[in-house]
Design a protein around this ligand. Structure first.
Ligand code: UD1
Ligand code: CA
Length: 445
């Protein structure tokens, strides 16, 4: 079984962030999770090297069945340093049970992946194992090679990789860059890792130096040309934004192929965890995260998070917050729903429905608010079937409104209302004749 090692120990300084680089997200999912998941599609034998913010990263990825290692960043910094940490007594130390079989095999291969290339797919990874060579490396031809190591190619043969910070002005113009994936014969790695040094601009141990050494020793080094849309390395927040656009497009294209209608999809954000079932329509400007949408229409500029929406119409400009379940309902503009179960209801305009349960046939008038928080605790509002809640009603939770209740507009409801009743709370309206003209004297002519 092939072995994959993911390098994810670096500080990611260029990201200028408190969050470890590889935990930054694309479509709501951490970069490193994409890489781990794609790697696990190829092999069960996945190792990862961490160091920077070790605990935080480890915590995030601990549910994956992979082996975690720690790099000594002080003593051996750099991508080569990450691999030095995996060597023991001149042998490549990969203690995972599965590797024992690979060790015995003569042609055991080890694929190395940078942890900051979240767009990589299992399909692309597999290609590296299919090529027969001592080293297969990945190159891209870019109009803007900035940020990558340049690959020196002479007569169609790879000669060496020059890191950007070590490159001369002429070398910086080379359009071929190292994409950051390498497949080595295991004994090749074992031979060259101990030979790496840190005599370069960054005083780091560069994994990439192996290429020049291997070429000089006449080993077979092959370059696989790949596309940036699969191999883009993330170094800055700008890179992150560009990669997120690519990832989000992949996600949206997949759902459109499965039958979801999207109006101006370039304006829609759908995260990696959302799902659609049956024919759904999503209008422009919507944001949908960790939700399940079934046979529903989500109108323009609505935001839906951790919710289940079934056979409903939401928006435009509605906000559905976590733990909401909306079934066969119509939720209109400027309605905010949180942790509520709405079944066959209508809430057309300007309402806040939080921690509530509302049953079928009920109409929520404009401006209705569930007052669910008293400054200390949250309380529930329960509304039964066929209730008519008049506009501008405040429901002071905890409160239960039974079936067939009519609540008059402008009421403050602070008691449970029994089945079939009218609830009305109003200050009597006072009319003072000609008051207007007295008050605005100057207008009174
Ligand atoms: C690296 C390559 C460069 C290539 C680019 C592709 C080297 C020396 N350079 O450069 O040729 O064009 O990737 O994207 O390899 N890491 C560690 N330990 C460290 C340093 C880094 O594990 O001490 C990890 C990082 O967490 C990251 C990956 O290795 O996931 C790449 O590191 P990064 O610093 O981004 O390398 P680049 O400068 O982009
Ligand atoms: Ca990088």
């Amino acid at each position: 079984m092939p072995q994959i090692i993911i390098l994810a120990a670096g500080k990611g300084t260029r990201m200028k962030s408190k969050i470890p680089k590889i935990l930054h997200t694309l479509c709501n999912k951490a970069m490193i999770e994409y890489i781990i998941e794609e790697s696990l599609k190829v092999t069960k034998s996945v190792d990862i090297v961490l160091a920077h913010k070790f605990k935080e990263v480890k915590q995030k990825i601990q549910t994956y069945n992979i082996k975690i290692h720690k790099q000594n960043l002080e003593k051996f910094p750099g991508t080569g340093g990450a691999l030095i940490s995996l060597m023991e007594n001149g042998k490549f130390h990969l203690p995972s049970e599965k590797l024992k079989t690979a060790k015995k095999t003569k042609n055991a291969k080890v694929l190395i992946l940078n942890g900051d290339m979240p767009l990589i797919t299992s399909k692309e990874i597999k290609k590296f194992f299919e090529i027969d060579a001592d080293i297969v490396m990945s190159i891209m031809k870019l109009d803007n090679p900035d940020g990558y190591g340049r690959v020196l190619i002479e007569n169609g043969e790879v000669k060496k990789i020059i890191e950007q910070k070590d490159a001369s002005e002429n070398e910086l113009k080379i359009p071929f860059v190292n994409a950051g994936v390498y497949c080595f014969k295991k004994e090749v790695l074992e031979k060259y890792i101990p030979l790496l040094d840190n005599k370069n601009a960054q005083k780091e141990y560069y994994l990439t130096d192996i290429i020049e050494m291997a070429v000089k020793d006449n080993l077979k080094v092959k370059a696989l040309e790949v596309k940036e849309e699969d191999f883009k390395g993330i170094n800055s927040k700008k890179d992150l934004a560009e990669a997120e656009r690519i990832m989000c497009n992949r996600i949206k294209n997949r759902w459109m192929q499965k039958g979801v209608i999207m109006r101006l999809p370039q304006t829609i954000f759908i995260d990696a965890y959302s799902e659609f079932e049956g024919e759904c329509e999503i209008e422009s400007g919507c944001i949908i995260k960790k939700s399940k949408i079934i046979e529903s229409k989500i109108k323009a500029n609505s935001v839906i998070e951790e919710a289940i929406i079934k056979k409903s119409e939401i928006g435009p400009m509605a906000r559905i917050r976590p733990k909401s379940e909306i079934i066969e309902s119509k939720i209109g503009n400027f309605v905010e729903v949180k942790a509520s179960r709405l079944n066959d209801i209508k809430a057309g305009h300007l309402s806040y429905l939080g921690d509530s349960e509302i049953d079928s046939g009920t109409n929520i008038g404009a401006g209705t608010i569930t007052c669910n928080y008293d400054g200390k605790k949250k309380y529930k509002t329960k509304i039964g079937k066929n209730v008519f809640v008049g506009s501008d009603t405040q429901l002071i939770a905890p409160v239960i409104i039974e079936d067939d209740v009519l609540i008059a507009a402008g009421s403050t409801v602070n008691k449970n209302i029994p089945k079939g009743s009218l609830a009305i709370s109003r200050v009597p309206l006072k009319i003072v004749k000609n008051f207007y003209y007295k008050f605005f004297k100057e207008k009174d002519e």
